[in-house]
Design a binder for this molecule. Structure first.
Ligand code: ATP
Ligand code: ZN
Length: 280
């Protein structure tokens, strides 16, 4: 598996791999590491090189931004959206200029590190512009007179703002994805399936919480109605008669909307506990 050596994808990629129970020693500066707990070797690369390595079969799998997959346009299979490093590729112009739709970009010079994605987008919208490819610091291009507009990665928009720019069009939304070589051997497909099973278990666990509470027996039915659970909640008697401890699993977002109703129904001493892995 190819992962980014250092950058905005690295920490989350390594964290996911660790949470999947795949351990390896990566001494600083090493370009390769073999897992001692899973049949997988890791290559640490620049993100731009990952789609090419995976298409060529040098790596079987890779973790990379969708934006880079689209720009490199290599033959790789997009296997799974990982949900981290979310960002968008947007067009931006100087804030003091008025924008009247995408046609305002007609004939402009646009600086970007994503010439292919931008060319496709402009062609789709019938706009002809002069695409100027630069590899970094794209956001300063308008202020130094290099371009009238830019097309670059945005997450919060603060970099654009501090460079006097305004986002005017979202060209594509992106997040980290797992990509695979299109023709994996049967043995490698099995390893990929095992990896996907682990990734799903990690993601399910992250979105859900284990919830415990004390409930007077006469309120049990009402409280159980509020809790969907994986199958149905567990009810255990408390040492104090007339009370039970109720255990279930609840979606993180759902919990916040149900807390008042649970209390009103008679639940007390509510505990929310993280789940490490969740096998459905
Ligand atoms: P490399 O040295 O490996 O070529 P890079 O400088 O090209 O790194 P990074 O800035 O580390 O790339 O970004 C890697 C990926 O992370 C981007 O392609 C994009 O998918 C995502 N990304 C970039 N900027 C942000 C951001 N501000 N917030 C979230 N995700 C981002
Ligand atoms: Zn890069």
């Amino acid at each position: 598996m190819a992962i980014q050596k250092s950058g905005r994808l690295s920490d989350s990629s390594l964290q996911l791999i660790r949470e999947c129970g795949i351990g390896f020693q990566n001494g600083t500066g090493k370009l390769k590491a073999q897992s001692h707990t899973f049949p997988m070797e890791f290559l640490f690369l620049r993100d731009d090189d990952i789609p090419g390595y995976v298409a060529d079969g040098i790596a079987d799998l890779g973790i990379v931004g969708e934006n880079v997959v689209a720009e490199k346009d290599e033959k790789v299979d997009l296997v799974y959206k990982l949900g981290f490093s979310r960002c968008r590729l947007s067009l931006a112009i100087p804030r003091n200029e008025t924008y009247q739709g995408i046609k305002s970009l007609q004939g402009q010079r646009i600086a970007t590190s994503y010439p292919k994605i931008l060319a496709n987008y402009l062609a789709q919208h019938g706009v002809e512009a002069d695409i100027h490819e630069i590899s970094g610091s794209v956001e300063i291009a308008p202020s130094i007179g290099l371009a009238g507009a830019i097309c670059d990665i945005v997450s919060s928009g603060s970099t654009l703002f501090s460079n006097g720019l305004e986002e005017v069009e979202v060209v594509m939304k992106s997040e980290a994805v797992l990509v695979a070589h299109p023709h994996l051997s049967e043995g490698k497909k099995k390893i990929l399936d095992d990896l996907l099973f682990r990734i799903r278990s990690v993601h399910n666990a992250r979105d859900n919480k284990y919830i415990l509470m004390n409930v007077p027996n006469e309120s049990l039915a009402k409280v159980i109605d509020l809790l969907p659970g994986m199958r149905s909640p567990s009810v255990l008697p408390l040492a104090q008669s007339g009370w039970s401890s109720l255990h279930s699993v609840i979606h993180e977002e759902e919990f916040w909307s149900k807390i008042d109703a649970l209390k009103a129904a008679g639940a007390e001493g509510i505990l929310i506990v993280p789940i490490e892995k969740m096998i459905l």
